[in-house]
Write a protein that binds this ligand. Sequence first.
Ligand SMILES: [Zn+2]
Length: 464
Amino acid sequence: MPLSIYNTMTRRKEEFVPLSPPLATLYCCGPTVYNYAHIGNLRTYVFEDVLRRTLRFSGYEVRHVMNITDVGHMTSDADDGDDKMQTAAARENKTPWEIALFYEAAFFKDTDRLNIERPEVTPRATGHVAEMIGIIKRLEENGYTYVTSEGVYFDTSRDDEYGKLARLQLDKQRTSRDEVVSDETKRNPSDFVLWFLNKPSHIMKWESPWGTGYPGWHIECSAMSMKYLGDTFDIHCGGVDHIPVHHTNEIAQSECATHHPFVNYWMHGEFLLMNGGKLSKSKLTQQTDDQRPKISTLQTLIDAGYDPLAYRYFCFQAHYRSELNFSLEAMDAATSGLRRVYSLSPNSDPLSGDPTAYAAARERVLNAVYDDLGIPQAVGLLNSYGSFSLWCEFDAILGLDIAERVARQPDAIPEQVAQLVASRNEARKAKDWAKSDQIRNELIALGYEVGDGPTGTTVRSKAL
Ligand SMILES: [Zn+2]
């Protein structure tokens, strides 16, 4: 079965056929490095990591580019408000350059802890301003721009195909009196800034043919993707929130500059929901119950006692095109599920010694993965087979460190813990509840969960 993926542009699952096999080219919108990544954003990077690993598993050589946005992303995707970098710099009393370097390092620390592989190329926007100016010049030559006191705009009314990805109904947008046009100088509500002008308080700025200023956010992704992957490349990914504005604008400016198709397959990851609401970095929604840890970043999850790979495994509970509800109960369930995987025995593998059964099982799991990354189905099958070797083979896609973690599981509980368990069983037999509770607390302090089973005290290490 060939790899098929859902293409947002055509709204269909399609067989993946790259432009120049065995090369598969992939561009993913990267972080705006003005704050720590929210776990909702990290869900998108887990999905993209599974995609790149699946492409490699199916024999492609992957060239994956992910930009670092360190200038020009305004507090709204539609050019309103202030530059996020500049706002963060004022908040932390640093320069925007210092903010960018700090949060870029924090981002990669998070993705490393989630076993998200580093893309082959991770260009910074501030290092590609010349390429952005080059595209704006081509757009100007082709007649798609106009200049106002606020900046150089892309004139969406000149592009007949504008909005094709999101299937926007532009006639409605253009005639709507309710539409808020934040900048009075632009001609159509959907027009967007390619180059900001006359912003004297903006710290990061560059010379351009139109005057001193800085680039818009959308032009960054066109410049960096086409520089490293060519005018047309295979797959472009991002979150679903990018469809109506950011990716719509990337397509318009890229195709109007080059007169070539920009991207063959568009893939979008759905939202993580918390308390029924959508998560985004701008909201940093947190748990409201004061008794519970407030989770917004990977570090807060780690501080609450969770393994980063339990979050990765939690992401596998829903398909990437479905919303996923975050809760600590769901994280507990993911931790238990992953613990079962890590406690598999290499020595009692139900599929070992039966190559035919192994091949049939492998085929079923692979078909699930190749059906638009059906990871929840694949994980369900792997759990039902309970085969250490099959899990390990698909760990090339899942990235859960299964072989290493299984090897690390202690064969037996330490002698000190075994003695405490025996003493507690004695105390309970003698109905010495005070002593029983005291030993229970000692075991908890040593990092064990303590239960009372039919055969007496049961203990289980909290660590994965
Ligand atoms: Zn982008």
